[in-house]
Design a protein around this ligand. Structure first.
Ligand code: NAD
Length: 475
């Protein structure tokens, strides 16, 4: 095979693209991955948004800020006190940068060991499954393969009246690189990014005000879970305004004056930094050449079927640039599915059971349907809940806030959804996902032996509670 000829070319080296590349190579396919991301140092960096400016760096800062907050908010309850606590921002940020480098470099090493060929620059699909690569130096060359996978990801939505300037009005990447804790941080959007990065800077000492356009808090989560989370965030000092319509953001020297209206009228909020976190949109600009036959939907996403096939022979698209939740793990599994389908295997993604996690404190996690969705769809259901306050391990950890809620079909008992808010529920949700993948019932969860004392007993008791037989609370 000529040097520019491959079995598979993937455009995009984020979690969807790089995982797809590795799986394709494992299956014996000659694989290339084209990626345009540049790291903080201006050099090529594989791993896309997730590794460079998303999941991984935000978790690093969430953990640093959690440790800091814990010194003054959790340790005193253990009888431990510390004086003179301070944060060295340079160390905190450089720790995050090192973690990012470790993982982006790790993808490069995985490519090497799996014999995936990386090309750095932008990739464009041309007619006839050719990919034009424009290198960082402007040089162009052509790759060809019977299978091309578009995995170009997403970019933050910009508000026309609050354009990102990288200094006072910032996106998620900017909010991961603030070198000094701002006195006042404004956030537009109480979604996942607004809550996670709002929490980081609140815990490090900023006054954080979040303006959310919708009247309900975290409408994508189950209402019982969102209620507990809202109460806790308020206690932590996150000032969340619902039904707030922002109309202006004027930059004044080193501050931003934000104008918004809610049910009480018009207000002005002055902040030192404004994080705009109102969602992301598919990044498909300049990815398609003329007459490729690949279609975009009205939201600019590549149109695909349930197997991520675009309808054009040998052209597929995965991850944030197609329909479905913008989650790294969803993109990864689509990458695996497509690589396996290309190799003649049976690839499949179960879109009904994709876990969602918000890495705040308490953490929020769920999989499957919310109670409201069951109502809207006319499904007869039953629920069981159990609070972390009645769990020995959670109380011993001094983290008794939150609950687990199991929703099961009223007739068949099959688990329809599991919803959690509490300590480390990002990990606990995996049990629910496994149970649901195996079409489990609430009784299945209830009859499984759970180690004592562990947080997982809360899942067990919530499942028991569906049948009104929880053991450590009144039913
Ligand atoms: P999001 O969709 O989670 O939240 C955006 C919020 O902004 C919504 O609540 C929306 O109602 C609100 N909003 C929209 N326009 C507004 C306006 N003009 N004024 C006020 N509020 C407005 O989006 P995000 O938080 O920006 O995150 C982007 C994507 O990245 C999401 O798809 C998210 O799932 C993903 N992400 C996931 C994680 C995770 O899994 N932990 C972490 C970060 C990001």
């Amino acid at each position: 095979m000529a040097d520019n000829q491959f079995d598979v070319i993937i455009i995009g080296g984020g979690p969807a693209g790089y995982v797809c590349a590795i799986r394709a190579a494992q299956l014996g396919l000659k694989t290339a991955c084209v990626d345009a991301f540049k790291g903080k140092d201006g050099k090529q960096a594989l791993g896309g948004t997730c590794l460079n400016v998303g999941c991984i760096p935000s978790k690093a800062l969430l953990d640093s800020s959690k440790q800091f907050w814990g010194l003054t908010h959790n340790l005193p309850a253990h009888g431990i006190s510390v004086d003179g606590v301070k944060v060295d921002m340079a160390t905190l940020i450089s720790r995050k940068d090192k973690i990012v480098k470790q993982f982006t470099g790790g993808v490069g090493m995985l490519f090497k060991s799996n014999q995936v060929t990386p090309f750095f620059g932008t990739g464009k699909l041309l007619k006839g499954n050719q990919v034009e690569v424009t290198g960082f130096d402007g040089s162009k060359h052509l790759l060809v393969a019977p299978n091309v996978i578009i995995a170009t990801g997403s970019i933050p939505v910009e508000l026309p009246f609050a354009k990102f300037n990288g200094k006072t009005i910032i996106d998620n990447a900017g909010a991961l690189d603030i070198d000094k804790v701002p006195k006042r941080l404004g956030v537009i959007g109480a979604g996942v990014i607004g809550l996670e990065l709002g929490s980081v800077w609140r815990r490090l000492g900023a006054e954080v005000t979040i303006l959310e356009a919708l009247p309900d808090f975290l409408g994508i989560a189950d209402a019982d879970i969102a209620k507990v989370a809202a109460r806790e965030f308020k206690k932590q000092g996150l000032d969340i305004h619902l039904g707030a319509k922002v109309s202006k953001a004027d930059v004044r020297k080193n501050a931003v004056e934000v104008t918004y209206a809610d049910k009480d009228g018009e207000h002005t909020l002055t902040v030192d930094k404004l994080l705009v976190a109102v969602g992301r949109r598919a990044w498909t600009k300049d990815v398609l050449g003329d007459a490729t036959g690949v279609k975009l939907d009205p939201r600019g996403r590549v149109e695909v079927d349930e197997h991520c096939w675009t309808g054009v022979d040998g052209v597929w698209a995965i991850g944030d640039c197609v329909r479905g939740p913008m989650l790294a793990h969803k993109g990864e599994e689509e990458g695996v599915m497509v690589a396996e389908l290309i190799a003649g295997k049976a690839g499949e993604v179960n879109y009904d059971v994709i876990p969602s996690v918000v890495y705040t404190e308490p953490e929020i996690a769920w999989a499957g349907k919310t109670e409201q969705q069951c109502k809207d769809e006319g499904i007869a259901y039953k629920t069981g809940t159990f609070p972390f306050a009645a769990n020995g391990r959670a109380v011993a950890m001094n983290e008794p806030v939150g609950l687990v809620k199991v929703i099961a079909n009223a007739e068949t008992d099959r688990i329809l959804g599991v919803h959690m808010v509490g300590p480390v529920v990002s990990e606990l949700i995996a049990e629910a996902v496994v149970a649901m993948e195996f079409k489990g019932s609430s009784e299945d969860l209830a009859r499984i032996v759970h180690a004592h004392p562990t947080l997982s007993e809360v899942v067990h008791e919530a499942a028991l509670s569906v049948d009104k037989r929880a053991l450590n609370k009144a039913n």
